[in-house]
Ligand binder design. Structure first.
Ligand code: GLA
Length: 379
């Protein structure tokens, strides 16, 4: 998967807006130029600089609500060169009711990205979650039938992909279609259309923008059964002659799980389909699973900050992950963080999580320096 020369050679980073979630894209490139960074940041002290010096690139995912915080936008713009909208292009935001489109939030992110020479990854076109109930409803309270659902899906994809044609590098066409046991997940899409709904989505996306890259995106791919289901699905799409350019592995991981061996095995297996793998939503959850009524000291152990020992563990975990990515650089086309800083992460949810490379003040953590070191050593 190549990087166009315009993106490679244009590196002037002028940040005026603000971002909430961060995508780091690492792509194998040939002969990439070191990008000149504005302000005090240098190529040696940013992920983007370190990666591009090694012939890779970095990007940023954004949330519309965050386009007004200078520290966030400064960080996101200096560290990344790719954007994934966190929620702004999901069905319930972009088509909240039938045929009525709300493009403002997505437009703002695309405009931000393009004005900063950043690519955009569209996220996402077809998913069972964050999709209005109306989509699946037919007349008299009955579920919509196959033809109705296919028409809605096609209209949506034509309209959304069509609007951003030429401005979005690639789309997550279908998100999370496979269940934990490797079977096709039971969703209203599958119930109404049948097992070929995934293929139909890829067909419509190709029709809407023949030049955009198209991806399948899912989580828990380190679990062999689920991974086998994804590989089967991807091979089926290929056998149907449909375009698919990559597999997104969300990579919502923890400190100890999945193991590095499991991550490596998943990468090799997924890549054996002939497709590059993208880590699309990387973060490391440091909090225990805790239901209601659990002692807050247990449920929320780092409310006053992350102890040094945990910081170091997190740094080692990220170093291991990026070490693996560097080792398998020909298999991995991109890495995306799901959130710019600890202040922006979805993993807080009423507690204090510390899953990313920057802290709540958007200052670099030891994990950031560990990743930069791995990238620099890889040159
Ligand atoms: C999934 C989705 C993302 C996001 C995360 C959690 O992984 O793909 O869009 O919703 O969950 O925030």
């Amino acid at each position: 998967m190549g990087i166009d020369s315009a993106l490679r050679s244009s590196g002037r980073l002028r940040l005026r807006a603000r971002l909430a979630a961060a995508t780091v894209a690492v792509a194998a490139m040939t002969g990439g130029a070191v990008i000149a960074l504005a302000g005090s940041a240098s190529a040696a002290t940013t992920l983007r600089g370190a990666a591009e010096a090694d012939g890779r690139y970095f990007g940023v995912a954004v949330g519309q609500g965050d386009l007004s915080n200078t520290s966030a936008t400064n960080l996101a713009g200096s560290q990344f060169d790719m954007v994934t909208p966190e929620n702004e292009m999901k069905w319930d935001t972009i088509e909240p009711s039938n045929g009525s489109y709300n493009f403002g939030p997505g437009d703002n992110i695309v405009n931000f990205a393009t004005s900063h020479n950043e690519r955009v990854r569209g996220h996402n076109l077809v998913w069972h979650s964050q999709t209005g109930a109306w989509v699946f409803q037919g007349p008299e309270g009955k579920p919509a039938d196959r033809e109705t659902l296919l028409a809605r899906m096609r209209d949506h994809i034509q309209t959304v992909v069509g609007r951003y044609k030429g401005r979005i590098h690639g789309w997550d066409v279908v998100n999370e279609a496979i269940d934990e046991d490797g079977s096709l997940r039971k969703t209203p899409w599958r119930d109404g259309i049948g097992d070929d709904y995934v293929a139909k989505a890829f067909e419509f996306a190709r029709e809407a923008d023949p030049n955009a890259e198209l991806y399948y995106n899912d989580y828990n791919l380190e679990k062999p059964e689920k991974r086998a289901g994804v590989i089967k699905l991807v091979n089926d799409l290929k056998a149907r002659g449909l375009r698919i350019d990559g597999i997104g592995n969300q990579a919502h991981w923890r400190l100890e799980t999945p193991t590095m061996d499991a991550i490596e095995q998943a990468l090799v297996d997924l890549n054996s389909t002939g497709l590059k793998v993208m880590y699309t939503e990387l973060d490391i959850n440091l909090l225990p699973s805790a239901g209601r009524g659990v002692d807050p000291a247990v449920a929320n152990p780092y409310a006053n900050g992350l102890p040094d020992e945990k910081q170091q563990q997190l740094a080692r975990r990220y170093a291991d992950i990026f070490g693996l990515i560097v080792k398998h650089r020909t298999r991995v086309s991109r890495v995306t963080f799901w959130g710019l800083s600890d202040a922006d992460s979805w993993l807080n949810r009423g507690r204090m999580n510390h899953p990313l490379l920057w802290d709540r003040q958007r200052q670099p953590k030891p994990a950031f320096h560990a990743v930069v070191d791995v990238l620099k050593r890889a040159r």
